[in-house]
Write a protein that binds this ligand. Structure first.
Ligand code: AMP
Length: 114
C-alpha cells in the first residue's frame, strides 16, 4: 500500500499526542477533534483499511477494539458512553488509507451519522 501520514507518526517523524502504544498498535489524539475525546487507534502493520482485512487480521482487529475500551476507561468516558468508528473507503468517509479506529466521546453523539 502507499505510505500515509500515519506511517510517519508510527516512526515519530511527525509529532502527535500519543496516548498509548504496544507491540501491535499506536493511539494518538486526532488533530481535528470532533468530540472532547477523539483518539485514533491504528495498527502498526500497514493495512489500508477494514476493506482490506484478511482472516489472519482477526486477532489484530479484536485487539484494536479491546484497546479502545481500555482507553475509554482511561479517558473517563466509559460510564457516559462513547463511539468507535471505522470509516472504510471513499463512501465511508475514509481520508487516510491506513486502517484506524476513531474513539469518540465526552458529549452526546448524534445518530445516524451524516
Ligand atoms: P478518516 O477520515 O476516517 O480517514 O480519518 C482520518 C483522521 O486522521 C481525521 O479525523 C484527521 O483529522 C486525522 N488526522 C490526519 N492527520 C493527522 C495527524 N497528523 N495527527 C492526528 N490526526 C490526524
Amino acid at each position: 500500500m502507499a505510505e500515509t501520514i500515519f506511517s510517519k507518526i508510527i516512526r515519530r517523524e511527525i509529532p502527535t499526542d500519543i496516548v498509548y502504544e504496544d507491540a501491535q498498535c499506536l493511539a494518538f489524539r486526532d488533530i481535528n477533534p470532533q468530540a472532547p475525546t477523539h483518539i485514533l487507534i491504528i495498527p502498526k502493520e500497514a493495512l489500508e483499511g477494514l476493506q482490506d482485512a484478511a482472516p489472519h487480521h482477526e486477532q489484530l482487529l479484536g485487539h484494536l477494539l479491546l484497546v479502545a475500551g481500555r482507553l475509554a476507561e482511561a479517558e473517563g468516558i466509559a460510564g457516559s458512553g462513547y463511539r468507535c468508528v471505522v470509516n472504510a473507503g471513499a463512501d465511508g468517509g475514509q481520508t487516510v488509507f491506513h486502517l484506524h479506529l476513531h474513539l469518540l466521546g465526552g458529549r452526546p453523539l448524534d445518530w445516524p451519522p451524516g
